[in-house]
Design a binder for this molecule. Structure first.
Ligand SMILES: C[S@@+](CC[C@H](N)C(=O)[O-])C[C@H]1O[C@@H](n2cnc3c(N)ncnc32)[C@H](O)[C@@H]1O
Length: 302
């Protein structure tokens, strides 16, 4: 039967359960070889993530436990996940969870996989704002990664998370509970800051959809086919969300309150102009670890 499968899938079929002698090191090699043959760039890392998940080990333990003999059931699960990975499902989707800022967030089809880029946004906010009592909002919360992280790092903050997706809000709520910040969080199904009380917020953070519609089809299949379109599609020029949320956020912030937005690498000038036109001051751009413009932050004038 394996003769009918494309070659990377055939490589996995060799691992069929019942091979009592197969050890973790063999499985890791076979998965990594299949992923590599399937054109997956981080083949060995993906193999380790999948093995760690199925065998309930840490990724770092995998090289040290090469002699371990997984059960037939575990091997069957590894093979099934391997085939799904080869068909383009990202590892985070296979695992149903992903780490962000050192904490694990559960994912559903309605939530974006939280990205390292967004850790830059969180870093910049935490660098500028200490743990004094504050009311913060996260617009387009998805898995809740931004708000739950901020509240976990700043125990005196309270926050409101908004999203258009009810399913995303349910997931964000579960994540907030798992991280222990649910008692300081409200979840509101609304467009960006439209439902927020005026003049009350100390900080508004957002990683809105910012990919231009025409670019979506050219994204990797991992993103295009598995992250929700609502989380990606930023309209004709990728800036639609910023135009909507900037004036709403200005109204919701107290004088002296701050906004911090994740942006696409080429959007700093345009988003700066949108924030200036809305009435924000002291507008600054910061870069991510890769050296790309990633965050625009500003102040509501007193
Ligand atoms: C790029 S994702 C960010 C998710 C999460 N904050 C993160 O950083 O991982 C954008 C989020 O905005 C939500 N969204 C899209 N349009 C929205 C709107 N008009 N109002 C509120 N949320 C919206 C999407 O459902 C998605 O969860």
């Amino acid at each position: 039967m394996s003769g009918f499968l494309p070659e990377p899938h055939a490589l996995l079929a060799r691992l069929l359960p019942g091979h009592a002698s197969i050890c973790l090191a063999d499985i890791r090699r076979a998965l990594a070889a299949a992923f590599s043959a399937g054109g997956i760039s981080d083949a060995d890392l993906d193999a380790r993530f999948i093995i760690a998940h199925v065998l309930d080990l840490s990724v770092g333990e995998i090289p040290l436990r090469g002699e371990l003999r997984p059960t037939d059931g575990q091997i069957a699960r590894l093979i099934a996940m391997g085939h799904r990975r080869l068909k383009g499902e990202p590892v985070a989707r296979l695992l149903g969870e992903w780490d962000f800022y050192g904490r694990t967030f559960r994912l559903t089809p309605a939530t974006l996989v939280p990205r390292p880029d967004t850790e830059t946004l969180v870093d910049i906010i935490l660098r500028h704002l200490a743990d004094a009592p504050a009311l913060v909002a996260d617009l387009g919360t998805g898995s809740g990664a931004i708000l739950a992280t901020l509240l976990a790092e700043r125990p005196r903050w309270r926050g409101i998370a908004t999203d258009l997706s009810a399913e995303a809000l349910t997931t964000a709520c579960a994540n907030a509970a798992a991280i222990g910040v649910a008692d300081r969080t409200l979840f509101v199904r609304a467009s960006y800051a439209a439902a927020l009380a005026p003049g009350r917020f100390d900080l508004i953070a957002s990683n809105p959809p910012y990919i231009a519609t025409a670019v979506l089809a050219g994204l990797s299949r991992e993103v295009r086919d598995h992250d929700p379109a609502l989380a990606l599609d930023g309209g004709a020029d990728g800036l639609a969300a910023y135009r909507v949320l900037a004036p709403q956020a200005l109204a919701a912030l107290r004088p002296g309150g701050r906004i911090a937005l994740e942006i696409g690498f080429d959007q700093a000038v345009a988003v700066t102009a949108i924030l200036a036109a809305a009435g924000f001051a002291a507008i600054e751009t910061s870069r991510d670890l890769g050296g790309n413009d990633r965050v625009v932050a500003a102040l509501k004038p007193a």
